[in-house]
Design a protein around this ligand. Structure first.
Ligand code: BGC
Length: 330
């Protein structure tokens, strides 16, 4: 090969080498930039306090409202909020989620209280390990939780009792007005307190009698089944009340399918179905809680605690009554 050809081959080899070197360096640079970006995101996330919110049921519309309030406060205050819960009401799963939160060493826990010794012990364990716990919607008063954020449940049950007692006057021709009651769960303190408050009023009226109390497991379908059973066993029931968010709609379904449009129905909360039934005059009244504010305020309080400020032992919010005539009573 002539010298010229050799020079051309060497020149080409050198250019290919330069091209490969350039490719190698620019891909190394791109990789490093990506790694930097990822680790910045990670440090950013971990520099925010990690707060876990454990609900009673993940997709329940009432809990989704609590989640929304909690997310809005978390975004405003720079908190990384993780919302979890069983797909269907399940206290064992709630307990497992609490165990997981403690094992993951989250910075704080917001959760629904349950009547359970194991759960109470776990709350105390979290607190002993320096993880502050706030109960939301239902309390665990025997635990070392820092604060309870939610409705005054005894009072709200009493309020429902007053409204039902007033409505009971429509049956003054009967010696007794029979009442059926659905509660969402007997392991949730909010439900048992509502029932106690309700009973405290009804028991003062000799003409009113609670003839049946059943558990709906916070499910509209189960509420419908339980209400149908009540209507079958006590055909002269005049009033049925439901103490958790989906009970009103379930009772209405049962009344319709049993051909009992004379039964007066009272419910809790203002999920869409209840609002529509009220507007059609099929539900007499509902007690409205403030789930969005429960979420918002519980995150704000935990933020204060994480910043070294104190928390009130109870942060209660009022209820309102919405009647079928569209009247809102404070
Ligand atoms: C109760 C919650 C419950 C929800 C169920 C509400 O009235 O306060 O504890 O999870 O109903 O639908």
């Amino acid at each position: 090969m002539s010298d010229k050809r050799w020079a051309a081959v060497l020149g080409l080899l050198f250019l290919s080498f330069l091209y490969l070197l350039f490719q190698f360096m620019s891909s190394t640079y791109r990789n490093q930039a990506l790694i930097r970006q990822l680790s910045e995101t990670e440090t950013g996330a971990s520099s925010k306090p990690h707060v876990m919110l454990i609900s009673q049921e993940l997709d329940n519309p009432y809990w989704r409202m609590i989640e929304q309030g909690a997310r809005d406060a978390a975004n405003r205050l720079g908190i990384a909020l993780e919302y979890v819960g069983p797909l269907r009401i399940n206290t064992e799963e709630q307990t497992m989620l609490l165990e997981k939160a403690i094992a993951a060493k989250v910075d704080a826990i917001l959760l629904q209280g349950i009547h359970s010794i194991a759960y109470t012990r776990l709350i105390d364990q979290a607190v002993a390990q320096g993880i502050p716990v706030i109960t939301v919607d239902a309390d665990s008063p025997d635990s070392k939780r820092l604060s309870y954020v939610g409705t005054d449940n005894y009072e709200s049950g009493r309020r429902l009792g007053e409204i039902v007692a007033e409505a009971g006057r429509a049956f003054s021709d009967r010696p007794v007005t029979k009442i059926g009651v659905l509660i969402g769960s007997n392991l949730a303190e909010n439900q048992t307190l509502r029932l106690d408050g309700f009973r405290s009023v009804i028991s003062r009226h000799r003409s009113l009698q609670i003839v049946d109390v059943r558990v709906s497991n916070i499910s509209r379908i189960e509420a419908a089944q339980k209400a149908s059973e009540m209507l079958y066993l006590h055909p002269d029931i005049a009033i049925i009340v439901g103490m958790s968010a989906l009970d009103g709609a379930g009772i209405l379904q049962a009344a319709k399918s049993s051909g009992r449009d004379d039964v007066l129905i009272f419910g809790f909360d203002d999920i869409e179905e209840t609002k529509q039934a009220l507007a059609r005059g099929e539900i007499e009244a509902t007690i409205i809680q403030k789930p969005y504010r429960m979420g918002y305020d519980s995150v704000s309080i935990i933020h204060d605690v994480l910043e070294g400020r104190s928390a009130p032992a109870r942060h209660l919010m009022d209820t309102e009554v919405l009647t079928k005539d569209g009247i809102r009573l404070e």
